[in-house]
Design a protein around this ligand. Structure first.
Ligand code: ADP
Length: 476
């Protein structure tokens, strides 16, 4: 295969890591070692913080237009190289070709969107009520930002953080997931190629992660943590942030309900449900996890889903015709298989699929019915291609069940538009899709309520996470 960047990037240079140790990056479609990646030591992580801190003042002082044009140039390169970009994700993450192209296109849009936001950083001017002073409110970059990303969307989760941070004038340290460092290194390389100055973007991959991330957070220069990952790790990181009062933006786990109302157009509901469930093979924090389907439309919905899911072709994403790729690892595949097994033990019926592959980390497109609200598969984020259907008879009860979770990231409602919108308002979620399966858009505020997160990414809101207001009092 083509060789991809597989080292650390510190202060504008690719470096192998001060101890010279490396870890394997695995192709989950066949278990082969794709590459080895440099392990960052404590000295490397501290050097990355030093570099970001040293570059901070000059980067904050660049003209917004300069930052904007660098981001736009990165968007242009990613557009030209979109197939390379997608291929790296297919190889290290396992996703299907169409999911990888979808992600590549979504990811690069954050560079374009925040190129446009960089030149619209807000500020304010007020006269004090007593008339004794002029109140000038500046927005200034929050400072060195540590960006930690997961493996499921290795490109988009990074651009959704890098783009607003750079647009705001912050310098950064990117810490990608161990499973998918090649995509992160490729993107950092693109930013370097378009001329982002040394120290503004740094890339480290410490192993094990926790202790060295904690040491970076403890450095007084680090002022921001933007994390996407599990709620469990997010809680630990919030504790670490408390010790040095670091501002934290958190995109954590979800357990998205789908409510199919009695008045739903079932063909539309099936189409939306397939997108909500099967996009990225179900490995998405926004993925539909719990399907509450009204008794009056239950059998029609299940028949539609069964027909569609039976037709899914499963296989390596590098063969571009496959609908469903591999999970990121055999371990993740086995977690999905265990959840299905437990569900069956709790009374669920397997209508379609329900099998793991013999080779590679594949799991069938699967449909379960007779799932109980509160059962293990209903409470846990499945993160795989399993549709688990709960039958209900009363809409208020469906809303209660949908809200009966510590999570509140995403919810989906299918039904007659007025009723669906009124149900949408009652759902405890940061985002609700009405009669559609996908909501993600760089122009929209992405984020959760309850234990699904703090703060928003994308939209006008995303850049504010990396800005702080400064009030300057002038004489009247
Ligand atoms: P996922 O379920 O997506 O693997 P994780 O929360 O385990 O979610 O991982 C998300 C990101 O957090 C990854 O980059 C991972 O390496 C990192 N991570 C895992 N454990 C820790 C930790 N204790 N401290 C900081 N980062 C961590």
């Amino acid at each position: 295969m083509t060789s991809y960047r597989s080292d650390l990037f510190i202060d504008g240079s690719w470096v192998p890591g001060s101890a010279g140790d490396r870890f394997d990056v695995i192709n989950p479609a066949n278990g082969s070692v794709l590459s080895t990646f440099a392990i960052a030591t404590e000295a490397d992580c501290m050097a990355a913080v030093d570099a970001a801190a040293a570059a901070g003042e000059a980067w904050a002082a660049t003209a917004p237009r300069v930052r904007s044009e660098l981001l736009r140039a990165a968007y242009d390169v990613l557009t030209e190289e979109v197939e390379t970009f997608a291929e790296i994700m297919v190889l290290e993450n396992g996703k299907s070709w169409s999911d990888a192209m979808g992600e590549a296109n979504y990811a690069k849009e954050f560079f374009r969107w925040f190129a446009e936001e960089a030149v619209r950083i807000p500020g304010d001017y007020r006269l004090s009520p007593a008339g004794d002073k002029r109140i000038v409110v500046d927005s200034q970059p929050i400072g060195v930002s540590l960006l930690i990303t997961p493996w499921n969307f290795p490109a988009a989760m990074a651009t959704r953080k890098l783009a607003p941070a750079l647009a705001a004038g912050c310098t950064t340290i990117l810490k990608p997931a161990r499973e998918t460092p090649l995509t992160a290194a490729y993107m950092v390389d693109v930013l370097d190629r378009v001329g982002v100055p040394a120290g503004v973007v740094n890339l480290v991959t410490p192993v094990p992660t926790g202790p060295l991330v904690a040491k970076m957070i403890a450095r007084p220069e680090v002022r921001k943590l933007s994390f996407t990952g599990s709620t469990e790790v997010g809680r630990d990181l919030l504790h670490a942030c408390a010790d040095s009062v670091v501002s934290a933006s958190m995109e954590l786990g979800g357990n998205a309900p789908v409510i199919v109302l009695p008045g739903a157009d079932i063909a539309q509901a099936v189409e939306g449900a397939l997108l909500a469930k099967m996009r990225n093979g179900g490995s998405a924090c926004t993925a539909a996890n719990r399907f509450y389907v009204h008794d009056s439309v239950h059998d029609e919905f299940v028949a539609g889903m069964a027909q569609a899911l039976s037709a899914y072709s499963v296989g390596p994403g590098i063969d571009r015709g496959n609908d469903l790729g591999a999970l990121v690892s055999v371990g993740e595949r086995d977690k999905v298989a265990a959840l299905v097994e437990t569900a069956v033990g709790e009374g669920a019926k397997v209508v379609v699929g329900g099998r793991s592959s013999d080779e590679g980390a594949f799991y069938d497109a699967t449909l379960l019915t007779d799932v109980a609200h509160g059962s293990a598969i209903n409470r846990n984020e499945i993160f795989g291609p399993v549709t688990a259907v709960v039958r209900y008879t009363d809409v208020d009860e469906a809303v209660r069940m949908a809200n009966d979770t510590i999570y509140g990231l995403m919810a989906y409602v299918f039904g007659e538009e007025r009723e669906a919108t009124s149900v949408a308002r009652r759902l405890e979620a940061g985002m609700v899709a009405v009669n559609r399966g996908v909501v993600s858009d760089p122009a929209a505020p992405f984020g959760g309520v309850k234990q699904s997160g703090l703060g928003r990414e994308g939209g006008f809101e995303g850049i504010r996470e990396f800005l702080e207001e400064k009030y300057i009092a002038l004489t009247a």
